[in-house]
Design a protein around this ligand. Structure first.
Ligand SMILES: [Zn+2]
Length: 364
């Protein structure tokens, strides 16, 4: 691994400036730099003190080093995955810089002439649960939303329809967008990189970290079950290199004719609905992929964002959408659980609570 002298010097001066400008009461724990984006992430115990009155500390720091400054609260327990991803990004800074330039050049290419049109192709998760993958094609661009695995013992159904002629060649794909980090939405993403995709992957920062954790886990589980994993760790690393984190509400150009905004879907940490504005003016078409959503506020998350300026086409998750899929109220469900626990304890029983997927439980 070659880290350039310039990068080491940059890093030293960033550390020096942060330590000088941040007040001691901020309790800075970690300083991360992402040279590809010229971004510094400062993890501390007291973000308010770190930011300073009216953002004065952040402004002073930005003035001095010229980098973007992000201040976050240090987590109670350090995440190994997040740590590894940030370190890997730093190591890959030069390559990521040139990738960003390449992505940018492609997004702002000359538009093709001709009548605008949009088509959505179902490549997985339609009339079935799992292996979510939607292809959006316009006269200008091709975008994939989610690349999931199907939880099934039928090997031929695990992957979405990668061999669909509409999808190939992968060089023509402008971007992949990931709604959230459940395996049925991200489980097969590294397969795209194994087959040679080298374009951007857009998702929120928590989705980036969680999906990497689950993809590594997917390899372990496949091996433990005696199956050949569909991809390697190298494919996952290639994928991390191509991830561009996007925060909720930030409108971003992702191809010459598509602007994307992600909004809270209320489902798991970082889960998003994807809002695509295709074209402009009279021919503009606005598409919304809900992703997996939670319509009401839960104990863990705010309710999904459902207010969008205008939607022409909506693709909505319907896992629990059948006429008989009526959920009990929270009060009824809590009461039922409480009765079961009391009943078991009265009989000196033990209580196990299996959790079927990431982000579906919390420690009380
Ligand atoms: Zn989900």
């Amino acid at each position: 691994m070659i880290i350039s002298q310039k990068l080491l010097e940059d890093e030293d001066s960033v550390h020096e400036a942060v330590n000088r400008i941040m007040p001691p009461e901020a309790e800075v724990r970690n300083i991360w730099i992402d040279p590809a984006l010229s971004e510094v992430i400062i993890e501390c115990d007291d973000p308010a003190s770190a930011v300073g009155p009216k953002g004065s500390n952040v402004l002073a720091l930005r003035e001095e080093i010229g980098w973007l400054i992000k201040v976050t609260r240090a987590p109670a327990r350090e995440s190994r995955t997040q740590h590894d991803i940030r370190r890997y990004r730093k190591e890959m800074a030069e390559e990521r810089k040139s990738l960003m330039r390449k992505f940018g050049t492609r997004i702002y290419r000359q538009k093709r002439p001709g009548e605008p049109w949009v088509r959505v192709t179902a490549l997985g998760s339609y009339r079935e649960v799992g292996r979510a993958m939607h292809l959006v094609t316009t006269n200008e661009s091709k975008i994939l939303v989610d690349v999931g695995a199907k939880p099934t013992s039928n090997i031929s159904e695990v992957q979405p329809f990668f061999s669909a002629p509409e999808l190939l060649p992968l060089d023509n794909l402008d971007a992949v967008i990931i709604t959230h980090a459940h395996v049925d939405h991200i489980g097969m993403l590294p397969v795209l990189f194994k087959y040679g995709y080298r374009g951007p992957v857009y998702c929120t920062p928590p989705t980036r970290d969680l999906m990497t954790l689950l993809q590594i886990d997917y390899i372990k589980v496949a091996r433990a079950e005696g199956n050949e994993p569909p991809y390697s760790k190298a494919d996952i690393q290639e994928c991390i290199k191509h991830v561009i984190d996007i925060n909720w509400g930030d409108k971003t150009d992702i191809s010459p004719d598509i602007k994307m905004t992600m909004e809270n879907a209320g489902h798991i940490l970082g889960s998003s609905s994807v809002y695509l504005q295709v074209g402009e003016g009279k021919s503009e078409h606005r598409l919304l992929f809900s992703g997996d959503i939670k319509y009401e506020k839960s104990w863990l998350f705010d309710a999904a964002t459902v207010r969008f300026p205008k939607v022409d086409t909506l693709v909505v998750e319907s896992t629990y959408g059948a006429p008989q899929s009526i959920q009990p109220t929270r009060q009824q469900a809590s009461q039922e659980l409480q009765d079961l626990i009391i009943d078991s304890l009265n009989r000196n029983g033990k209580i196990f609570c299996p959790v079927f997927a990431v982000g579906r439980s919390r420690l009380a």
